[in-house]
Design a binder for this molecule. Structure first.
Ligand code: ZN
Length: 298
């Protein structure tokens, strides 16, 4: 059965500038691929609302992003830029994510949010690492608002989701499992960083066989779900963990991530899974990665 994949056209209009790796071509490639993928049903979501963002970010941070965008854009930090469409893209991504969670919550289906900019580096009051707001944590809070109390976030982006960890590390209702390259940007994500026992970091060097990354991440997922069954799983699905990505040194293939997704479904058979696009900087590879993940969810 095809699963719904939600997106919003404004997510294509955010542009951090010429030569920037987080290009609109990434999402364009994903959407083009999904249009011919039988296991995906593409759905345009309505834009999200500010209240969903306010559950994670202070109003000052949101107002700053909105104002920067209204002024035509500019640098937020060294590597993170906005243009005139970035605030609309943030709302579009929020809407797509909310629709994906609603489909999973009420519709009993796995789903995927094909959005940008990515989110897992964004802190409560600081945009960084190409991320303006933290999509996956906004999604976690939305799911909790709907009554899904325990949320498991699995992050296979090649970079550590420092923003996600910072936003949930004091909250035992959310567990965060991350496989990431280390040492690497942004420098966080040591195994000793355990939060309140809810953080499961798997830092690994580059260039290992793909099976090692898969088995080590799987062990962390098993540890995180030992006598703790989540009500919803969010995948921080970054495809810069695939072999050949310009911003990472991991060796994974789309089939590895699909295999992980299938194992996750077997381990947690009654739990809806919502994928959220994070990084991945070779557009054709990102498209194949998302398609493989969606096939595994369908
Ligand atoms: Zn990344």
């Amino acid at each position: 059965m095809a699963i719904p994949v939600f997106s919003h056209p404004d997510c294509l209009a955010h542009d951090p500038g010429p030569g920037h790796p987080e290009t609109p071509a990434r999402l364009a490639a994903v959407l083009a691929r999904l249009r011919v993928e039988p296991s995906a049903r593409l759905v345009e979501a309505p834009p999200g609302d500010r209240d969903a963002l306010r559950r994670v970010h202070p109003e000052a941070h949101l107002a700053e992003l909105e104002e920067l965008s209204r002024a035509g854009g500019g640098s937020v930090s060294l590597d993170t830029c906005a243009n005139g469409a970035s605030w609309a893209a943030v709302l579009g991504a929020t809407g797509a994510l909310a629709a994906a969670i609603e489909a999973a919550h009420a519709g009993g289906t796995h789903s995927f949010a094909a959005v940008r900019p990515p989110g897992h580096h964004a802190l409560a009051n600081r945009a960084m690492g190409f991320c303006l707001v933290n999509n996956v944590v906004v999604g976690a809070r939305e799911a909790q608002r709907l009554g899904r109390d325990r949320i498991l976030i699995i992050d296979w982006d090649v970079h550590h989701g420092n923003g996600t960890q910072a936003l949930v590390e004091a909250d035992p209702t959310v567990r965060y499992v991350s496989l990431h390259q280390h040492p690497w940007y942004p420098g966080t994500g040591l195994a000793e960083e355990r939060g309140v026992g809810n953080i499961f970091n798997v830092p690994r060097g580059p260039g290992a066989p793909a099976d090692r990354y898969v088995e080590d991440l799987w062990s962390a997922i098993v540890a995180a779900t030992d006598r703790w069954v989540p009500d919803l799983v969010l995948l921080s699905a970054g495809y810069d963990a695939l072999a050949g990505d310009p911003l990472g040194g991991f060796t994974l293939e789309p089939a590895d991530l699909a295999g992980l997704t299938e194992r996750l479904r077997e381990r947690l058979p009654m739990v809806p899974i919502v994928g959220v696009l994070e990084g991945g900087y070779r557009p054709a590879r990102v498209a194949e990665g998302v398609a493989a993940t969606v096939r595994a969810l369908a």
